[in-house]
Design a protein around this ligand. Structure first.
Ligand code: SF4
Length: 376
């Protein structure tokens, strides 16, 4: 039985210029209430055992007002009363939609980890990417979280942003480390279809750092984070010891989890499923059919083993042949001997502490390595 839960809250104040997630921009409170009722119905259908991690993502979960937040937390409390002693309960938050009352409520409802979408501490850059918060609001949001008793704080930073220089990145890193947050996630900008940025790119008005600069930015992030005592534990994630995201490790270790809400994915009893992405359709399907699953697929053993490699190698500690054998009853070298030999010879994978892991060079070519573990 899965012991990890993902819940999607799709609402946002506005759409950031790079975003292609399942989001819904509204000023209409009734839509939010309808969504929460649909979510309650979906969550209520499952009987779960002891839960170890809960992750509320979005969208912007802190878009909910205090009453809506209270309702969401009560749904979660009712559906998952059995919680492991070390429960990690994360909520994504936008520094522009947080206040002391909401934070206290979240803390009371069991939230003990916040993931703030800070993206940059440079106001000009924040405007350029369509974020609706400022550097000062990020500072305030972190301070307020600590006042409310939530110390386990992660921030997201982005690099490769329009007109972003190495100095701007360095400045954001310096501010992040000064704030003494225990966890950092970093993402490079990808221009996705149907975003404001894709329109600007077509018009030729989007000025992005070139590939070499982006590569140097990533290297700079790694160097600075390690200098500050952070442990680089997954391609995009750094933590002080003991602050690694437990929930995300469920995904990287290819373990099962519940997924609820519009566009949410789940993995239960060997079946991966995805809910309908549109918020309004999700509400309607839950009302009419009591289910919003759009697709589901049983994952074959071969696919499970491939996923184990592709996801597991994202973690810098790599994958363990012993665990592979325990889970699938096969030897790692017998199953994936040829890609392993190829990438070890190329210096992209290495054996260390009885695990197979990406080398430093391998991390930068991770996608090529992962693709090598997929059958044709
Ligand atoms: S806040 Fe997050 S989910 Fe919402 S539009 Fe911006 S990037 Fe997308």
């Amino acid at each position: 039985m899965a012991n990890a839960v993902y819940i999607h809250i799709p609402f946002c104040m506005n759409r950031c210029f790079y975003c292609d997630f399942h989001t819904y921009v509204t000023r209409e409170p009734q839509v939010v209430w309808n969504y929460l009722q649909a979510l309650e119905k979906e969550i209520g259908k499952h009987s779960a055992g002891e839960i170890h991690t809960i992750y509320v993502g979005g969208g912007t979960p802190t878009f909910l007002d205090v009453k809506q937040m209270d309702y969401l937390l009560s749904i979660i409390e009712k559906a998952f009363p059995k919680r492991g002693k070390e429960l990690e309960f994360t909520m994504e938050a936008n520094p522009g939609t947080i206040d002391q009352e909401k934070l206290r409520l979240m803390k009371q409802g069991g939230v003990n980890r916040l993931s703030y979408g800070v993206q940059s501490f440079h106001d000009g850059l924040l405007k350029k990417i369509g974020r609706n918060h400022s550097r000062n609001q990020s500072y305030l949001a972190i301070e307020e979280a600590r006042k409310a008793g939530i110390e386990n704080i992660s921030i997201d930073l982005m690099f490769g942003l329009p007109d972003q220089t190495m100095e701007m990145l360095e400045e954001s890193l310096r501010e992040a480390f000064q704030l003494k947050i225990p966890h950092l996630s970093v993402y490079s900008l990808k221009v996705e279809e149907n975003t404001v940025f894709s329109k600007w790119e077509r018009k030729g008005t989007l000025s992005l750092p070139d590939e070499d600069t982006e590569f140097m930015m990533f290297k700079q992030i790694i160097a600075r984070a390690e200098e500050e005592g952070f442990h680089w534990y997954e391609i995009s994630n750094f933590a002080r010891n003991g602050y690694e995201s437990k929930h995300n490790q469920v995904y990287w270790e290819n373990r099962e989890y519940y997924g609820f809400g519009a566009g949410a994915h789940g993995y239960l009893d060997g079946v991966r499923y995805a809910n309908i992405g549109s918020t309004m359709k999700y509400i309607k399907e839950m009302k009419d059919k009591n289910s919003a699953i759009e697709q589901s697929q049983r994952v074959s053993i071969m696919e499970q083993m491939e996923e184990f490699m592709m996801l597991g190698l994202r973690m810098l500690r790599g994958v363990s042949p012993r665990e592979f054998h325990e889970r699938y009853g096969k030897e790692l070298k017998d199953t994936f001997g040829s890609p392993i030999d190829e990438f070890v010879t190329k210096g992209l994978l290495e054996w260390k502490d009885e695990s197979l892991r990406l080398t430093r060079n391998g991390v930068f070519l991770g996608n090529n390595v992962f693709a090598g573990f997929l059958s044709d």
